[in-house]
Design a protein around this ligand. Structure first.
Ligand SMILES: Cc1cc2nc3c(=O)[nH]c(=O)nc-3n(C[C@H](O)[C@H](O)[C@H](O)COP(=O)(O)OP(=O)(O)OC[C@H]3O[C@@H](n4cnc5c(N)ncnc54)[C@H](O)[C@@H]3O)c2cc1C
Length: 512
């Protein structure tokens, strides 16, 4: 059944995604004469920069993922729909989405597409089976189950030294900020948090290997900070292997090729894929209909005002958009979202006439069809200034009390950089409750080295693979309890995950 959602009388801005781009666009429209609909496939706004802390037991998922509906509860002109956008009909100006078995059609006057990016395995999607990425809460919780599960399995396999070595070898692929932060945290876990908890293994014996095809860690931070970060990681006992590309990933380990052409196999149980991004497939939908170009990562090559050729009403922002000189970071998405909102508002109300002399229909934000302002017919409006990105710098943590920060020509590392990292991340976490509880949690973790979010369930460990086995996406039949039989010949990949019955799991919750 397809449910058409009514077109509001006011100019209707539909926003796809509740990440940095989507949420900041919605908030920028607060109190403006428009109706706003945010459609996102998750109920939450995800603070991706702290996903690694969920994966390594420092923070809970609620602390980095406040519910979008709650964030926007006081914004009277905004509504939130949890649904997966499957199609955009640019000629009819309609977004088609699905929520479980309901299909929705949402008409729009302006559209902001901020559907972000997923993990890229550079054409080797099969690697994902054994090397989960780090893009969603599901990914982080699965990794948490794999990381802590590896130590549990090693304790049981203590009589088999080769198996213990394999279980206690952690390979992180990709030496960007996410890879560096993950490797650092796994090492801290093994050397500090888990000390004295096991009787048959020494967690500190765990090998943490950080791999990258490039010559340097943290490419975007420049040579000085990259070299410094590498030295710090090696001092912590992390093995940094640069000039190394992954050629295969199996349950048993990772095959790699070195720069000199030699091949190697690293036996390991837990792998983390922190390399490469692939933009949302909605980019292809837009390209098919408007002819806009995509780059190799599937990002939409938008016009200088972030719109599509021939479609001034469609904006693409954030990780989905390719804009020369704008990196795929939260600030890029936020600034693009705010620019898109400014553009939409300036089309609704004559920017060159004070509010007092605008007509009531213009002030009410009615569409041109309903007698509102029509920017296209207004000769006094100059061409829009192109989007300009203001680079506020980048930062990454290496370990407790140690981070690197790059702002313009300034390079800072160590404790001061870590304090800057701390302050900035607290500032950008959405929601007061989340900020307070994150601060408390950090205080406890940094002082005691303990981690209170170590629980994992069988569903977190095997859920992704089970869903894949049934060919089901997030709104597929599994959610309605109609589990189809496995397709003939499909390998039961869930058998390749450890038996969680032995891992002190909590009771399985519901699939959400
Ligand atoms: C592990 C990690 C660490 C990072 N660390 C940093 C950092 O330290 N500093 C920094 O600046 N940046 C960091 N980033 C990058 C930053 O998080 C992204 O650049 C930013 O989130 C991009 O915002 P966005 O709105 O474009 O996409 P996202 O934040 O990814 O949001 C996409 C939204 O679209 C929704 N969506 C996707 N497809 C659909 C669909 N078909 N239908 C409906 N909804 C859909 C998603 O549910 C989500 O709500 C990190 C990213 C990751 C993954």
């Amino acid at each position: 059944m397809r449910l058409p959602l009514h077109r509001p009388k006011r100019h209707h801005v539909v926003i796809i995604g509740s990440g940095f781009g989507g949420l900041f666009a919605a908030k920028a429209l607060r109190g403006k004469p428009v109706a706003v609909t945010v459609i996102a496939r998750t109920t939450h706004h995800l603070f991706q920069p702290l996903l690694y802390q969920v994966a390594t037991g420092i923070l809970s998922e609620g602390e980095i993922a406040p519910v979008t509906r709650e964030i926007l509860r006081r914004q009277r002109n905004a509504r939130v729909i949890q649904a997966l956008v499957e199609d955009i009909d640019v000629d009819r100006q309609v977004v088609r989405a699905r929520s479980q078995d309901q299909e929705l059609e949402v008409p729009y006057d302006s559209l902001i597409v901020a559907a972000g990016a997923g993990q890229s395995y550079f054409g080797n999607d099969e690697f994902a089976t054994f090397a989960p990425g780090m893009k969603s809460l599901d990914d982080a919780l699965e990794l948490r189950a794999r990381i802590f599960g590896a130590f549990e399995l090693a304790e049981i396999a203590a009589d088999d030294p080769a198996e213990v070595n394999r279980l206690l070898t952690f390979v992180v692929v990709g030496a960007g900020p996410t890879g560096v932060e993950m490797a650092g945290q796994i090492r801290e876990l093994s050397t500090h948090t888990l000390r004295r908890e096991f009787r048959h293994i020494d967690p500190a014996q765990a090998r943490v290997i950080l791999l990258d095809g490039a010559d340097r860690l943290l490419q975007s931070f420049g040579e000085q900070l990259g070299t410094k970060a590498q030295r710090c990681m090696e001092d912590m006992g992390i093995e940094v292997q640069l000039g190394t590309t992954v050629t295969d990933v199996t349950d048993e380990g990772v095959s790699v090729r070195r720069r000199d052409g030699s091949e190697d196999f690293i036996a390991c149980y837990c792998k983390v894929w922190a390399a490469g991004v692939q933009a949302s497939p909605l980019g292809e939908t837009l390209a098919d209909q408007t002819g806009v170009e995509l780059d190799r990562a599937g990002r939409v090559k938008v016009l200088p005002d972030l719109t599509l050729p021939g479609h001034p009403e469609i904006f693409v922002v954030g990780d989905m958009a390719y804009v020369e000189g704008v990196p795929g970071v939260a600030q890029g998405a936020i600034q693009e979202a705010r620019y898109a909102v400014d553009r939409i508002l300036s089309r609704l109300q004559p920017p060159h006439r004070p509010t007092a002399v605008q007509t009531s229909k213009e002030r009410a934000g009615l569409t041109p069809a309903d007698g509102g302002y029509d920017v296209a017919a207004d000769p006094a409006v100059p061409a829009p200034a192109p989007f300009a990105y203001f680079d506020k710098g980048s930062m990454a943590t290496i370990s407790r009390f140690n981070a690197v920060v790059s702002v313009g020509p300034i390079r800072i590392s160590g404790f001061i950089a870590w304090l800057m990292w701390l302050g900035l991340h607290l500032l950008y976490i959405a929601g007061f409750k989340q900020r307070v509880s994150t601060l408390v949690r950090w205080g406890l973790t940094f002082v005691s080295n303990g981690r209170s979010e170590r629980v994992s369930t069988r569903q977190q460990l095997a859920g992704r693979l089970a869903l894949e086995r049934f060919g089901s996406g997030i709104s597929g039949p599994l959610l309605r309890g109609e589990v189809p039989p496995p397709p003939a010949g499909v390998q039961d990949v869930t058998e390749q995950t450890p038996d969680m019955d032995s891992l002190g799991e909590e009771r399985p919750g519901r699939v959400t």
